[in-house]
Design a binder for this molecule. Structure first.
Ligand code: FES
Length: 257
């Protein structure tokens, strides 16, 4: 039996494997995504290229939107419309059980890896503010899942080129993005619990059992859904941004108009 499996805690320098690789990759990928999203969300430009709407700006809730989805907010709102919706997907990701494990390790070094000690002496868990609010994850799930309805609607529009059906690289990218985001939500630990995790017995509850089984199957790959959806949502915005700026041209396999 290895010393790690036996529960012996090593100093970082005592572990000979590349234990630092995972936290480093997480810092790079998560850090890049956060910085890019701040830039893209505040830019308030280049988020729409007919018929593609960036997922970071959907639903577009202000009358000033280049492509308003649901103009609930009047033209007095001059800031980026992304600011009005970013809290929901952000809260969903930040409170996600998997991301918590990842960023506690990568950014807080609490602990940085298995069998590597915490950098801090005390450990309060999630029993105090601000980490106490991590317990609101199930509510974040409801809001973030509601946003998926708008994203699916945007995907339908992404195949509509001036009233004609067409397929461009942007259409495919937006479809992949919404499938990955849906998979990420459907594989959520809280959803698994909501559909049947709290029942003592599935007797006479075959639908619950089926939903719970599907949620379990998806949940086993939750980390993959989390990373793939994060990366593709950023790439989708970047692609639409570059199209809108005239840097790229959208390849069309079915031309539409
Ligand atoms: S646990 Fe990751 S989204 Fe719910």
């Amino acid at each position: 039996m290895s010393t790690i499996a036996a529960g012996v805690r090593h100093r970082p320098q005592e572990r000979k494997d590349l234990w630092w690789l995972e936290p480093t990759v997480i810092v790079v990928v998560l850090g890049t995504f956060v910085l890019y999203s701040i830039y893209a969300g505040l830019a308030n430009a280049n988020y729409f290229f007919e018929p593609y709407l960036s997922p970071l700006y959907s639903p577009c809730l202000t009358a000033n939107c280049v492509h308003p989805t649901l103009p609930l907010i009047g033209s007095y709102w001059n800031l980026s419309p992304a600011i009005l919706i970013v809290a929901f997907p952000l809260a969903f990701r930040v409170t996600c059980y998997y991301y918590r494990r990842s960023y506690y390790r990568a950014f807080f070094w609490s602990p940085p890896a298995c069998a590597v000690p915490d950098v801090r002496k005390g450990y309060a868990g999630e029993t105090r503010f601000p980490f106490l609010i991590q317990n609101l994850h199930r509510y974040a799930l409801i809001f973030a899942t509601t946003l998926l309805i708008f994203l699916w609607w945007d995907v339908l529009l992404a195949f509509n080129f001036g009233g004609h059906f067409g397929i461009g690289l942007g259409s495919v990218l937006m479809l992949a993005n919404v499938i990955l985001l849906s998979g990420y939500s459907a594989s959520c630990h809280s959803l698994r619990y909501l559909v049947g995790g709290y029942l003592d017995s599935f007797h006479g509850k075959s639908l619950r059992f089926r939903l719970w089984s599907w949620a379990n199957a998806l949940n086993a790959r939750h980390a993959r859904w989390a990373w793939a959806s994060l990366i593709v949502v950023g790439l989708t915005d970047l692609y639409i941004r570059l199209l809108s700026m005239g840097v790229l041209t959208d390849p069309r396999w079915v031309p539409g108009t």
